[in-house]
Design a protein around this ligand. Structure first.
Ligand SMILES: Cc1cc2nc3c(=O)[nH]c(=O)nc-3n(C[C@H](O)[C@H](O)[C@H](O)COP(=O)(O)O)c2cc1C
Length: 416
C-alpha cells in the first residue's frame, strides 16, 4: 500500500460511496448454477450495450462463470438482503432453496430480483487484485417494482426517494411535465407527511407518473417489522398502471371530456341510467369542491393486494372485482360533515390543467386513519394551491369557477 494512506483508509473512504447489489449468475453444465454477490456493477455503453463489474482475483466462483462465456446480472431488491449474504459466501451450491428461471442465454434469473441483464462475455482484463469484466447485453428486463437493495459503509439499506419518476418508456413524453411539477410534489408530500403522486390517463389506463414522500404499505409489513421502520420502504406506487375506471382518476373524469364519462363508469355498454345519475352527481360534487376524496371505509387495502398479486396485467379479473367493491363504496361514502372528531382519509386529489385540455391528477395517499377536519382542510388547501401553481407553471388555464384555497399562508407549513 502507498505511503500516503493505509488499506484501511482506502476501504473506509471508498465505503462512503454507496452501491447497488447484483448477483452475477451462470449455468454450469452438469453442476448446480454458480453465482456471486457483486457491488461493483455499472453500465458502460449504450452503443454497443455494455456493462461491467470487478470480481476479485481470489474469487473461486468467478473462474467457473468465466469459463461459460456468458452470465446474467440480477439486481437485488431491498427484500433480498438474505440472498445477498448467501451469494457472498463460499460454498458449493449457493442456489439451495433459491427459486429461479433461466434467462434467454440460460443463466439463472432469481425470483424477486428487481431487474435482470443477460450478457455474453465481451472482455476480461486483470486490474490489480481484481478483474475488469465487460459484458455485452443480449437481453434485459425489469421484473418487479420493489426498490433495490443498497450497500453503504458496510451496511444495507434501501432508497428513500425525495421523488421518483416512472421509468417506463411509454410515459417518457411526460418527463418534462414531471420535472416542472416535481418540486411541488415534494413540498406537498413533506408538509402533509404522506405520499404525493402525479397520475394521468394514457388511453384506457390510469398511470402513476411520479411520486414524492413515503409509501406506506401496511398490508405488506412482515409481522416482525415495526410499521415505522417500513414507512418509505414499500414498493413504490410510481409506474403503477390501473384500468382507467371509476373511481380511479376521478378528477380527470370530472374535468375531462363528458363523452368519456360512460366508458369511465363502466367498460360495458348499456349502463343503468340510475347508476349513471349517481356518478353524474359524484362528478358534479368533485367539480364544485375542486377535489376528490377517498375515505377509509372504502376497501382500498383489498384493491392494493389485488394490484400486487395480479397475474393478468392491467385488466386482471381479480383487480377488476376489487375495483368494483371500491367503486360501490365510493358512491356510498358519507360526507365530511364535522360530526366526528377524526376521519380515516385514504386519498385526496386535485386536477392540474395542462395545455391543450389535458388534465393530470395530483393526490395525497395514505393520509392516516385519525385525521381531524382541520388537518384534512389544510391538506385540501395545500393541494388546491398546488393545482393553481402547477397549472400556471405548465402554461395551462384553470376552468371558470375553480375553487381557490381558503387560507392565505403558503400552505406548506407542516401539520405537526
Ligand atoms: C455487498 C457485497 C458486494 C460485493 N462486491 C464484490 C465485488 O464487487 N467484487 C468481488 O470480487 N466480490 C464482491 N463481494 C464479495 C463476493 O460476493 C464474495 O467474495 C464471493 O462471493 C466469495 O465467494 P467465491 O469464492 O465463491 O467467489 C461482495 C460482497 C458483498 C456482500
Amino acid at each position: 500500500m502507498s505511503e500516503e494512506f493505509t488499506s484501511q483508509q482506502f476501504r473506509q473512504v471508498l465505503g462512503q460511496y454507496p452501491t447497488g447489489v447484483v448477483v452475477v449468475s451462470a449455468l454450469i453444465p452438469g453442476e448446480p448454477p454458480a453465482a456471486l454477490t457483486i457491488g461493483s456493477f455499472n453500465s458502460v455503453s449504450l452503443e454497443p450495450p455494455l456493462v461491467a463489474f470487478y470480481p476479485s482475483a481470489t474469487s473461486s466462483t468467478w473462474p467457473r462463470i468465466q469459463a461459460q462465456g456468458r452470465f446474467c446480472i440480477n439486481v437485488l431488491s431491498a427484500e433480498q438482503e438474505v440472498l445477498c449474504r448467501a451469494f457472498a459466501q463460499k460454498g458449493a451450491n449457493k442456489f439451495d432453496g433459491v427459486s429461479w428461471r433461466p434467462a434467454p442465454g440460460g443463466a439463472p434469473i432469481i425470483d424477486g430480483a428487481v431487474a435482470w441483464i443477460d450478457c455474453e462475455m465481451e472482455s476480461v482484463q486483470v486490474l490489480g487484485d481484481h478483474h475488469l469484466v465487460v459484458g455485452r447485453v443480449t437481453a434485459l428486463d425489469t421484473q418487479s417494482r420493489d426498490l433495490p437493495l443498497l450497500f453503504f459503509r458496510g451496511g444495507y439499506g434501501r432508497f428513500l426517494p425525495s421523488s421518483l419518476a416512472a421509468s417506463d418508456a411509454s410515459v417518457a413524453e411526460f418527463l418534462p411535465v414531471i420535472n416542472v411539477i416535481r418540486p411541488e410534489l415534494e413540498r406537498v408530500a413533506a408538509a402533509s407527511a404522506s405520499e404525493c403522486l402525479l397520475a394521468t390517463r394514457v388511453r384506457d389506463e390510469f398511470v402513476v407518473l411520479a411520486g414524492a414522500g413515503s409509501s406506506t404499505s401496511r398490508y405488506r409489513n412482515p409481522p416482525w417489522m415495526e410499521e415505522s421502520t417500513l414507512r418509505g420502504g414499500g414498493p413504490t406506487r410510481v409506474g403503477r398502471r390501473l384500468p382507467y375506471l371509476a373511481p380511479m382518476g376521478a378528477v380527470m373524469a370530472a374535468w375531462g371530456s363528458a363523452a368519456d364519462v360512460p366508458r369511465w363508469i363502466s367498460p360495458d355498454a348499456g349502463i343503468d341510467p340510475a347508476v349513471m345519475d349517481r356518478w353524474g352527481d359524484f362528478l358534479t360534487t368533485v367539480r364544485s369542491r375542486g377535489y376528490a376524496l377517498g375515505r377509509g371505509d372504502i376497501p382500498y387495502a383489498a384493491l392494493e393486494n389485488a394490484i400486487d398479486n395480479r397475474t393478468g396485467g392491467v385488466w386482471d379479473a381479480n383487480l377488476l372485482r376489487a375495483l368494483d367493491d371500491v367503486r360501490e363504496a365510493v358512491l356510498e361514502q358519507p360526507p365530511l360533515d364535522g360530526s366526528r372528531s377524526s376521519y380515516d382519509v385514504r386519498s385526496l386529489s386535485v386536477p392540474i390543467f395542462a395545455p391543450r385540455g389535458s388534465v393530470l391528477q395530483m393526490g395525497l395517499y395514505g393520509l392516516g386513519d385519525d385525521m381531524s377536519l382541520f388537518k384534512i382542510r389544510r391538506c385540501i388547501d395545500r393541494l388546491l394551491k398546488a393545482s393553481w401553481s402547477c397549472t400556471q407553471l405548465l402554461g395551462g388555464a384553470m376552468p371558470e369557477g375553480f375553487p381557490r384555497p381558503e387560507s392565505q399562508d403558503d400552505g406548506y407549513q407542516s401539520d405537526s
